[in-house]
Design a protein around this ligand. Structure first.
Ligand code: ADP
Ligand code: MG
Length: 312
């Protein structure tokens, strides 16, 4: 996908400098102790206390069958923010496009074994496939285009919906959080991700047709809760690519809150070219532009998730 063109923090160095000092667009009221960008009073999300031990992990799928809504960006940066808070985080690339792996500098085309091999072949140990990243406490199980064959190959398997759950089990005690970056579909791979998860985070692009398809996603989640994974819950809906300078963005967020109420995170992610920039640099924004408001918004999301009980 092309990075969006318009962005206030993209151009001149002076602009870039200012972006560090200015509040997120649309959050000015918050600074006056009033409403957050979702139109509700913004609670304080405290810095989570250090953990004394690690695991067992809570597993969270980042899911929306629409492409380009910020699933991969959220997986990387929420993961990195949780890692900054001392959480041990495993990211699972579950999209054959491999954008998560590429976005963290894993040379996907040179890999002999990926999540694909774990899913369809016997005799692999997930520990051999986990890659460390440049970020402390942040590891990744990579994927590449091989994974596109898994959907068809798994169809004939016994308990075909539970394969990822089985594959992840040996490392759950080593991590506090596992984040699964889903592909943009509701096919068997996504069903596997939801079956392996405790929670779902749904990134929603702040644009007019954002809610198209969400009903179908929620219906799918309900079916999985009913038939395959009763513990599964929606951890939150995350408005992304928000531009508080436009009435349009504010209206879309208001209607999402109207519809989904407290399921919507208080944290919203603004649109900024720093995100595609960081991906090109194969780094989380929390290190690529550590003081940028975009990095802070993912730190806030991490704190909000912990405050809601979505992570240790
Ligand atoms: N908040 C944001 N502001 C600007 N661009 C973003 C933002 N979040 C993601 N992007 C960019 O939009 C594109 C799609 O995002 P991505 O996270 O890959 O979505 P998905 O995984 O849902 O397909 C990528 O180029 C990404 O860098
Ligand atoms: Mg993606």
């Amino acid at each position: 996908m092309q990075p969006p063109a318009a962005d206030s923090s993209a151009e001149a160095p002076a602009e870039r400098q200012r972006a560090h000092e200015e509040p997120l667009p649309g959050t000015e009221d918050v600074m006056n102790g009033q409403l957050g960008p979702t139109g509700r009073p913004l609670p304080e999300f405290p810095v989570p206390p250090p953990l004394t031990g690690h695991g067992p992990a809570r597993v969270i799928a980042l899911c929306n069958q629409k492409g380009g809504v910020g699933k991969t960006t959220t997986t990387i940066n929420l993961g990195a923010a949780l890692a900054e808070y001392g959480r041990r985080v495993l990211l699972v690339d579950f999209d054959p496009q491999g954008a998560l792996s590429v976005g963290l500098g894993v040379p996907v085309n040179k890999l002999d074994v990926t999540i694909y091999n774990l899913l369809v072949e016997r005799g692999h140990d997930i520990r051999d496939i986990v890659h460390p990243t440049e970020t402390e406490n942040l590891d990744i199980v990579p994927a590449n285009i091989d994974l596109s064959a898994a959907e068809v190959q798994l169809v004939g398997e016994v308990a075909r919906e539970q394969v990822l759950s089985r594959v992840l089990r040996p490392v759950l005690d080593d991590y506090d959080v596992v984040l699964i970056d889903c592909q943009p579909s509701l096919g068997l791979l996504t069903v596997n991700a939801l079956t392996a998860s405790h929670g779902v985070v749904i990134p929603l692009e702040t644009e007019f047709f954002a809610m198209r398809g969400v009903a179908l996603l929620v219906e799918t989640i309900d079916k999985i809760t009913d038939r395959l994974n009763p513990r599964l819950q929606i951890d939150g809906i995350l408005p992304t690519m928000y531009d508080g300078r436009t009435l349009h963005s504010r209206e879309v967020v208001a209607s999402v809150v109207d519809h989904f109420g407290d399921q919507v995170f208080h944290t919203v992610i603004s649109r900024t070219v720093k995100f595609p920039d960081a991906t090109l640099a194969a780094e989380p924004i929390t290190s690529y532009a550590a003081t940028h408001s975009g990095a802070d918004s993912y730190r806030q999301l991490a704190r909000e998730l912990v405050a809601r009980g979505g992570a240790a």
